[in-house]
Design a binder for this molecule. Sequence first.
Ligand SMILES: [Fe+2]
Ligand SMILES: [Fe+2]
Length: 190
Amino acid sequence: MNMDEDWIDDIDIEIEEESYPATEVLVEEHRQIEKALEILEKAVRNGVSDPELYERLADFFSGYADRIHHGKEEEILFKVLKRTAPEHILEIVSALESDHVTGRDLVGKMRKNSENFDSLKDFALSYVSFLRDHILREDEGLFPSMHPYLSRDEEEIIASEFEKVDAERSRDHYEELLRDIEKQFSNSEN
Ligand SMILES: [Fe+2]
Ligand SMILES: [Fe+2]
């Protein structure tokens, strides 16, 4: 049988990919934060006793993870969800908000102990595993489960509010700081 199968080409098989511009920003920031966590973990596990490195990492965590990234989540995304999302999402949000408080507290403790490696070590390792878990619960928990309650338009509005935070709180400055820390740390490893 010689069937003419040209018809198949007429079917538009391109499925429009769902896109979430605001979520993408947060996911990308998670990857940046994970880079800093990796440096912190390596430094501590290798017994690197360098107060300046830990102070710079604390600057990054408080300026970028806490003020910029967690700021976007708390002041913008979570605020919107509190108006649009059902109870089971709000329970996740409230657990994540209390994680942010714990995270800020641990960064403060690392900063205070930057010159005392023995104490710093415990705070740093708790922070690393704590924040990795927090990020995972957003990437794989909150984000996919909130999408049905956020329209594409809402995602776009949130993304443009995020840009204002970047400008006000100098996101570029902190990404540059992270690149510097990466350079400094990889030189010290060689
Ligand atoms: Fe968060
Ligand atoms: Fe996050």
